[in-house]
Design a protein. Sequence first.
Length: 688
Amino acid sequence: MVEIVKLLKWTYVSILYEESNYGLKAFNELEEQLKSENICIAIKEKLTKDSGVAAEDSYDNIIRNLLSKQRARGVIVFGSDQEVAGVMRAVRRNNATGHFSWIGSDGWSARAVVFEDHEAQVEGTLSVQPQARKVEGFDDYFLSLTVDNNRRNPWFTEFWEHFFKCKWPGSLVTPYNQDYARRCTGHERLSRSQGYEPERQLQFVGDAVLAFAYALRDMHRSLCGANYVGLCDRMDPVDGTELLGFLQDVEFTGLSGETFRFSEHGDGPARYNILHFKQVRRGDYRWVPVGDYRDGSLRLDMSQLQFRLDDPAMPRSVCSEPCPRGWATRLVEGESCCWHCLRCTDYQFLVSGGCAECAPGTLPDPFHERCLPVPESHMSPGSPWAAAALALASLGALAALAVLAVFLAYRDTPVVRASGRELSCVLLAGILLCHGTALLLVQRPSAAVCGAQRAALGLCFAVVYSAILAKTDRIARIFRAGRRSAQRPGCISPRSQLALCGALVSVQGLVAALWLALRPPRAVHHHPTREDNQLVCLASVQRAGYALALAYPLCLVAVCTVYAVLTRKIPEAFNESKYIGFAMYTTCVIWLAFLPIYLTTWRHVNLNLTSMAVAVSLSASVTLACLFVPKLYIILLHPEKNVRQSIMAKYGTLKNQQQHRVESATQSDGACFLLPYWRASRRKFTPA
């Protein structure tokens, strides 16, 4: 039966079994086999038999209970014909005809008492019958028997009386003959025309008798010897336990001509015919053979199966249909064959018992069966985000190189010398480093690139603003000193200015070195959304990632801005303080605009890095424009003004004694060209 259930692909069935040794043992064995095949039992009901006769309402309760599990349409019935007939009557009363598909045991298979008047309820049943072959010669032998020639069988007379409904002369009164008034004559003869029908399972009766006969023979040969006649002492009496051992080992050819042997479990050969009760045409119901079971193998002609004439497909008996591919199965509590189908979310994949989130950087495949890596993306010079930053940085670097070339070509002219050649070169180097840093920010992240970004970002600004601070400090000190005395202020020589600039830059270098040592740079995968898998520098995805690199340069910017304010009243001419002020004010605006963007877009790394690269390039470009374009204007467009006399003529002449004191204080390159400013400052410059 389990093999039939498997072939029909049922996974959720009910079982009815009679209250008898036959039914209880069958149910226990069936329950174990179904469990081993992962087939669930929806309802199990016991049919009253040994304890009495069940009332009709008890059968109604059974059917109503079966109907409570609507999806368990397959029902296995282990019972006898009388009990199963009661079940079919209840099916009709409860309007359940056509709902159940029955699998019947040999106890009621093809029994007329079950299907007569209940054809519609039984229709579609598959049942098993022990496979028995006709015993050749038995019908001829049995039909030739009479009471006279079969005296050896004490029960044959009772059979004769019951078959012919007469009383044999001299026989005892029995339940079979007490109502018969007619006397048997002895001339009656058994025949098919009189209703004789041989027992279909006669083969098994013969095999059972022969099994004991062969077992006793083998036992006698083993205990008494092959030539011993009669029972020896070892077999008198026969030990049943010992006989069982010989019985389990017998093998012989039965009355049907087939070899008989017991299985390892002590059962006879499992050979069954599969019968199917179907309506071959309207109103014509028949039991039709559709397969057999032999040697552990079921053969079933599925094309012959017909549930009902108007609905031929065999019903499905499953608690839950398989979930669509990509859907999760969640078992119903207490029901291993029942589940709910759940659709996993866009970021989940299937696991046993439900859905689980894919790890960051992975997404489920179309059927949510596994997680696949999200293609890696990263900032690179060829990415759209980098285009603007690259263009701005490249143009800025070319402009800085052009300015450097002009300054080198005109390095001995008054304008270049007045601006301080050494600090101007340092400043141009810092500007070039800024544009290089902007290019570095849009490179593919790696440990080396990340480290270079962290070091260069602060260092480039430190170089630029250290040089500017050294310039403004020199201007402020020269004019402040000139207001107080004619003595030359200290530390205004080019070497002193470079030393001051180097000291200021070294602070940033030390900060960068310590930062890189304590927090080694590395490239990591960043997932701002589930669809993104970005390779970025770790500092890029930390809120304060680059704050440490920018903290010191921002302090220099603030100091330079303060100096620019303090020196705003210095006379014009070649005074750089005004242009330094413009550069600082514009830089502050740029960074005040950049900081909110940086802090609010730190999760969007590409936008964050692009805005930072643009801000770096803009700061460098503003510094270049404010501090060097005015000088280039004079050098290239008005060379007649690029002479010492032109500068000195602006403010007239001083007394020889006073000029001598000032010149002695300003002999350094660049400082001597501040002489007119210094003279004027003694008359009207007052720091703010």
